[in-house]
Design a protein. Structure first.
Length: 196
């Protein structure tokens, strides 16, 4: 009888020790996995930012969704221009003398693929819309205009909810210790991420 009590106590001590170990290690494992996933998501958001900047350079506005953004990045071209300043000599009839006039010439040198310039030819653009580790969830992309002082400014925001990129991890830790990852803002004219 006494032997069974000792065995029972050892089993109880082992169970409590394992529970304590799990309680300590769970946040450590969570933070390690969160860090790995965050790095992948941040890289994807940086790619979205590069694509949006290229889209704006061509169209003067940001793309409102990936159905606008991806085709332009895939097939669009940047125009390569050269600007040069020269002084031209001309006759000024008011002063009745030759004078120099500064003039800027713009020459089009050619065109280059947007996709190849930004991402390289082997980049799969369709993956741009999907959240890494998100089981097929898409990045939330919005664009519009805001008034900043006296200016009407183009803005965009790409948001990855913490529940999407941290799915499968401890729900309480996701809720209490993680944050949505965002690049850009719909409230101010900034294009940096909330991790920078």
């Amino acid at each position: 009888m006494e032997k069974r009590i000792h065995i029972g106590l050892w089993v109880l001590v082992a169970a409590l020790g394992f529970a304590l170990y799990s309680t300590i290690m769970n946040p450590i494992r969570f933070n390690k996995e969160k860090e790995i996933r965050s790095v992948d998501v941040i890289e994807r958001l940086k790619d979205v930012r590069k694509a949006q900047i290229a889209f704006k350079e061509v169209n003067r506005i940001y793309a409102r969704n990936f159905n606008e953004l991806i085709p332009l990045i895939d097939t669009g071209k940047f125009t390569i221009v050269q600007r040069r300043d020269e002084e031209l000599k001309y006759y000024n009839e008011v002063y009745r003398e030759f004078q120099l006039k500064d003039t800027t010439f713009t020459d089009t040198l050619g065109f280059v693929s947007i996709k190849d310039s930004i991402f390289g030819s082997n980049y799969t653009l369709e993956n741009l819309r999907f959240i890494p580790h998100g089981n097929g969830s898409e990045i939330q992309l919005r664009a519009g205009r805001i008034n900043s002082g006296n200016l009407n400014v183009q803005v965009f925001e790409a948001r990855v909810p913490k529940e999407d990129y941290l799915n499968g991890l401890d729900d309480d830790l996701v809720k209490n210790t993680a944050k949505d990852l965002v690049v850009g803002s719909m409230n101010s004219a900034k294009i940096n991420g909330n991790w920078e």
